[in-house]
Design a protein around this ligand. Structure first.
Ligand SMILES: [Mg+2]
Length: 211
């Protein structure tokens, strides 16, 4: 009978031989694994073969994360800016004028290979054209990544995911149940720093079993 509680076998420590995230066995064990570990290994391969494996989910904010808000403002006349002083995000058509943030397009194509990506943005309640402008923007710049993968809400905390990349804690971001990556902060000043962080932390983002 197999002793599932064994901690050593033939002088080898059995702990740490199995990495459940990577679904791999440590070769230093000389092939001496408890059958419990082998069963788990096989089950995880079965799940992967049946397509049960889920990618980790990342939500991405738009303004000042994907979209350079100021690049839109720069194309608006001083007259209009004065008219909308204190509520610049209500300028009609403003969101359609904005350019992508540096590195944002490339970063999305990189993340798309390994993660389940969605846009999670808020649009001003009093500027309905901003809602459609945001969809148009995504269609123009990143339709290959975010086609029909977009949530516009004032309650970002209601969305379930592993990460939310957002520059502000507003509209539910600070209450998000996954990890908030604060874009533009000292730790994450740009897209490069975000990609480096995720690459270092998530060696095996495809092996997130059992969601
Ligand atoms: Mg933002």
């Amino acid at each position: 009978m197999e002793d599932y509680n064994a901690t050593t076998r033939n002088g080898h420590q059995l702990i740490d031989f199995y990495d459940s995230d990577a679904n791999t066995l440590d070769i230093r064990s000389n092939g001496l694994y408890p059958s419990k570990i082998l069963t788990e290994l096989r089950d995880n391969y079965d799940k992967r073969d049946k397509g049960i494996v889920h990618k980790k989910r990342i939500f991405v904010d738009m303004d000042n994360v994907l979209v350079d808000f100021d690049s839109g403002l720069a194309q608006v006349s001083e007259e209009v800016k004065q008219e909308y002083e204190g509520r610049l995000d209500e300028i009609p058509g403003l969101f359609g004028l904005m350019k992508p943030m540096p590195g944002a397009i490339e970063a999305m194509h990189e993340l798309q290979k390994r993660y389940d990506l969605f846009i999670l943005s808020t649009a001003p309640w009093k500027n309905p054209s901003a809602w459609s402008d945001k969809v148009k923007w995504v269609t123009q710049y990143l339709d290959d990544v975010f086609h029909k993968r977009m949530v516009i809400t004032h309650r970002k905390d209601l969305c379930q995911g592993d990460y939310l990349i957002d520059d502000r804690g507003k509209n539910g971001t600070s209450e998000f149940s996954g990890e908030w990556i604060e874009f533009g902060s000292e730790k994450f000043p740009d897209w490069r720093s975000v990609l480096e962080y995720l690459n270092a932390k998530e060696k095996y983002p495809l092996h997130n079993y059992g969601r």
